[in-house]
Design a protein around this ligand. Structure first.
Ligand code: ADP
Length: 298
């Protein structure tokens, strides 16, 4: 019996956003809009997305003992995420300093802060959470050695899902645990160090690195799922896209949850593309994640 459908191990950031007429050059000061502060970070986003869909979700992450950390804890709790695994202190909460110009182009500086202090020891200390979870999901906004410790601490029968973002070349130990590895084309290129013409070719090159299955997200085109038994394209739902922020996080959270419920990869991906499509119809990241009812109504 599992207490959690999904344990997300990953980052939690405060996104500090200022609108500007023009992004500043070196040595320049520009005036901008009032500051907007949003809860974000790929780990926090995935946990909120899963909980909003109805998944029993826990987050293992680290935030600072500061206002941004309290904002992140509050946004997790109000979405229904169990925050028993959110560690507090050791460094300031991670922040992303974002300037956005009227064309929508942005410049971003990330200070990983407490995310960089989520250690392999923190993973080992969370053994109870690992034993209680059907699926464990991770991304790469925390140290790679911490993600490696996650795959070493998976309970027998627990499924592991990785979205390697931001991408780096991955050790075989991590790759072979992924079921699936979830990438967009940019992430696939960094992990492989080569380019390919079609999603099928990207998928077979990635499968050759050892993951049990691969999902390639294709934006408005949907996704391609691939495993030893072949590949299937899962088309997206046509929607009017307003803001694609968080679409990949919502997609991966939905996929991980449905796989844990026992669905096969194409069926889980068919649900996840609807969740991704619903996400892009609203502004923001965590504010745009749909419920299961909203997903089915799309
Ligand atoms: P990432 O944000 O990681 O680059 P994608 O842009 O591929 O990932 O988006 C993830 C998923 O969200 C896609 O597989 C798709 O299901 C959905 N999605 C993204 N953009 C759109 C869009 N314009 N229309 C419909 N669905 C979309």
């Amino acid at each position: 019996m599992h207490d959690y459908d999904l344990l997300v191990v990953g980052s939690a950031n405060a996104d500090l956003v200022i609108g500007v007429d023009r992004r500043p050059e070196a040595g320049e000061t520009v005036l901008g809009s009032d500051l907007a502060v949003h809860p974000g970070g790929k780990g926090a986003n995935q946990a909120v997305a899963a909980a909003r869909l109805g998944a029993r979700t826990a987050l293992l992450a680290r935030v600072g003992d500061d206002g941004h950390g309290r904002l992140l804890l509050e946004s997790q709790r109000s979405a229904g995420v169990d925050t028993i695994g959110v560690l507090v202190g050791g460094a300031p909460t991670g922040v992303a300093l974002i300037t956005v110009d009227p064309s929508g182009d942005n410049s971003i500086v990330v200070s990983p802060g407490a995310n960089a202090r989520l250690t392999p020891g923190d993973v080992r200390a969370a053994a109870g959470l690992f034993a209680a979870s059907r699926v464990v999901s991770a991304q790469l906004e925390i140290p790679l050695e911490t993600v490696a410790e996650v795959v070493r601490n998976l309970a027998p029968g627990t499924r592991f899902v990785l979205n390697p973002s931001p991408p780096v070349p991955l050790p075989a130990e991590i790759l072979s645990a992924c079921d699936p590895l979830v990438v967009n084309e940019h992430e696939a290129r960094v992990i492989l160090g080569t380019t390919h013409d079609s999603a099928e070719e990207w998928a077979s090159a990635l499968l050759a690195l050892g993951p049990r299955s691969v999902v390639i997200t294709l934006g408005a085109e949907g996704a391609l799922v691939a495993s030893g038994s072949g590949s299937v394209t899962v088309p997206s739902v046509k929607v009017a896209a307003i803001d694609t922020t968080g679409a990949g996080d919502a997609f991966t959270a939905a996929l991980a949850w449905r796989l844990g419920l026992g669905e096969d990869l194409p069926t889980a991906a068919a649900f996840a593309v609807r969740v991704g499509a619903a996400t892009v119809t609203k502004e923001g990241a965590q504010t745009s994640f749909p419920t299961t009812e909203e997903t089915r109504a799309l």
